[in-house]
Design a protein around this ligand. Structure first.
Ligand SMILES: Cc1ncc(COP(=O)(O)O)c(C=O)c1O
Length: 395
């Protein structure tokens, strides 16, 4: 430990030195099964040969040029993203937060262009999480994240799933945009229903409000479709991506269609690093893998993991609910999820715990049936050792 790092993260002591596929090895040579994948990032696992080859080739030719110059890889990534997501144009970023920031700026710009500059606020959902910059933090629901940095942008929140509250808030507050995660990630792997996603689209259309889907955690194939909202047949005006987009390298994207795609003009927005040749090469390697059948693996492994977790929920009283889709699953416990997470680490399984008592499964897309079985064995063994009722509070 060093005082030279700001203390923003609760870090574990293990130091990981190598990774291969869905496994990582610590400095003592101990191997772990990685069902966290760098918080939904390493979709191709660790040291995937296509990613290694793309990085080696590109870094040996030219790694960075800036956005003052064209390069073919950015154009290919943008064209493929627009195809996968049914969007018209892409702005590249380096992270999820920056993708949200771009989306908010587009929404403001669209309202100015329409002559509705008074529509400057945003609407978001209870339990939503969208990042930590001033703009993204303004949307994030949890008071504990926002309070130390107030005042932020004007935002109102409605409960996820409450159509009537959404209709009222859209008319009352006239926000520039509604921002939602089709499956809330940090909020505890809470999928929005198809009916609510469709209602949000209809109500945004009826009030001329832009609809922004944050698919930073749920997107890029994690649920078995490129976007989670595609399961509900809903297309937003803007969608934000990041996490697995460049298979482990930092890359995000803000995709838009219609007037939102044309809102930003030269000088309105920019990034020195974003969309450079290096990250674009790895994004293309990721897309090639998705197109070559990886998406089917997500569906198949997701079904196996889900079935195993459902069986644990039936067997064990400590499990209250299984939620999510594809390889974005959450197991809610009555109590002690942080303890379960820590015991899973001790057994060699990495996953994390969110929203209090939800164990969160975000494995690489390349896991096989054996990895799923091992994960379920570990989780079953740890949960069977825990009492179904919470331990009495200590005085
Ligand atoms: C849904 C969602 N939006 C935004 C973010 C912020 O992304 P980043 O940490 O890459 O800035 C996250 C990160 O967990 C997220 O899950």
């Amino acid at each position: 430990m060093t005082d030279a790092l700001m203390t923003t993260y609760a870090q574990r002591d293990e130091v990981f030195v190598r990774g291969q596929g869905a496994r990582v090895t610590d400095a003592n040579g101990r191997e772990y099964l990685d069902f966290l994948a760098g918080i939904a990032v390493s979709a191709l696992g660790h040291a995937h040969p296509a990613v290694v080859a793309a990085v080696q080739d590109q870094i040996g030719s030219v790694a960075h040029l800036s956005n003052l110059f064209r390069h073919p890889y950015a154009e290919s990534v943008a064209a493929r993203l627009c195809g996968y997501a049914a969007m018209d144009a892409v702005f590249f970023t380096n992270s999820g937060t920056e993708s949200i920031e771009c989306a908010l700026k587009i929404a403001r710009k669209v309202m100015h262009a329409r002559g509705e500059s008074e529509r400057r606020g945003f609407l978001a959902l209870h339990d939503g999480f969208h990042g930590r910059s001033f703009g993204a933090l303004s949307l994030t629901h949890a008071e504990k994240y926002r309070a130390p940095f107030a005042p932020l942008l004007t935002t109102h929140w409605v409960p996820a799933g409450d159509r009537a509250a959404l209709a009222t808030a859209l008319r009352k507050h006239r926000p520039a945009a509604l921002v939602l995660e089709p499956i809330q990630g940090e909020g505890g792997i809470r999928p929005l229903s198809t009916a609510f996603l469709q209602a949000a689209r209809e109500l945004c259309d009826a009030t001329d409000t832009l609809l922004i889907h944050d698919e930073i955690q749920s997107g890029c194939g994690r649920t078995g479709r490129f976007l989670a909202a595609q399961h509900a047949d809903v297309t937003p005006d803007i969608v934000t991506l990041a996490k697995p987009l460049a298979a482990g390298l930092p890359m995000g994207a803000c995709l838009a269609r219609g007037e939102a795609a044309r809102a930003l003009q030269p000088g309105d927005h920019g990034s020195t690093f974003a969309g450079g040749p290096l990250v674009c090469r790895t994004a293309l390697a990721f897309f090639d893998a998705l197109d070559a059948g990886l998406q089917d693996n997500v569906g198949a492994r997701g079904n196996e993991l889900r079935a195993g977790l459902d069986a644990l929920a039936t067997e064990l009283e400590i499990v209250t609910e299984v939620r999510g889709r594809g390889l974005m699953l959450g197991l809610e416990l009555r109590h002690s999820a942080p303890l379960a997470q820590s015991r899973l680490y001790d057994r060699g399984l990495i996953l994390n715990c969110t929203a209090g008592n939800v164990l969160r499964f975000l494995p690489p897309f390349v896991i096989d049936a054996d990895d799923v079985r091992q994960c379920l064995d570990h989780v079953g063994a740890v949960l069977r050792e825990l009492p179904s009722e919470p331990p009495p509070p200590k005085n």
